[in-house]
Design a protein around this ligand. Sequence first.
Ligand code: SF4
Length: 162
Amino acid sequence: MNITGTMVYYYFICERKLWYFVNAINMEQNSELVSIGKILDETSYKREKHSILIDDTINIDFVRNGAILHEVKKTKSIEEAGIWQLKYYMYYLEQRGVKNISAKIDFPLLRESKEIVLTQDDRNVLENVIKNINDIINTEKIPKTMNSKICKKCAYYDLCYV
Ligand code: SF4
């Protein structure tokens, strides 16, 4: 299975959520937050090229001037996961021979952007993350629940706690 940007994003939010996702247990269509995200995706930055899918693996929200990757997020609450998703895109493209990639994460509702840089330490982290994601893909054992405040907003809440 190819490691997608969504998998990296979920990995940094919750390993259990990632396990549900890779096992095709999908509750996201029921989530109001995800619906808001999709509407935002479709209506923000209309003049740019949207949702570029590369190798059926990474989905970049849009590319401005051919060189800057942008990822659109609705809030900063799970900012770290969004940043790692974007770093994974940079890493992936680098592995495919693309050099000097720059990237920004955009929060249109907050009218803010943040530059993202891929360091050697990040590359090492991502190599480990890819290995861990492969382990999660290949295990039948579901990871533990997180008991975190983000669970209350998660589409899988009922499945985990009710
Ligand atoms: S409800 Fe919590 S533990 Fe369950 S998948 Fe979502 S974030 Fe993970």
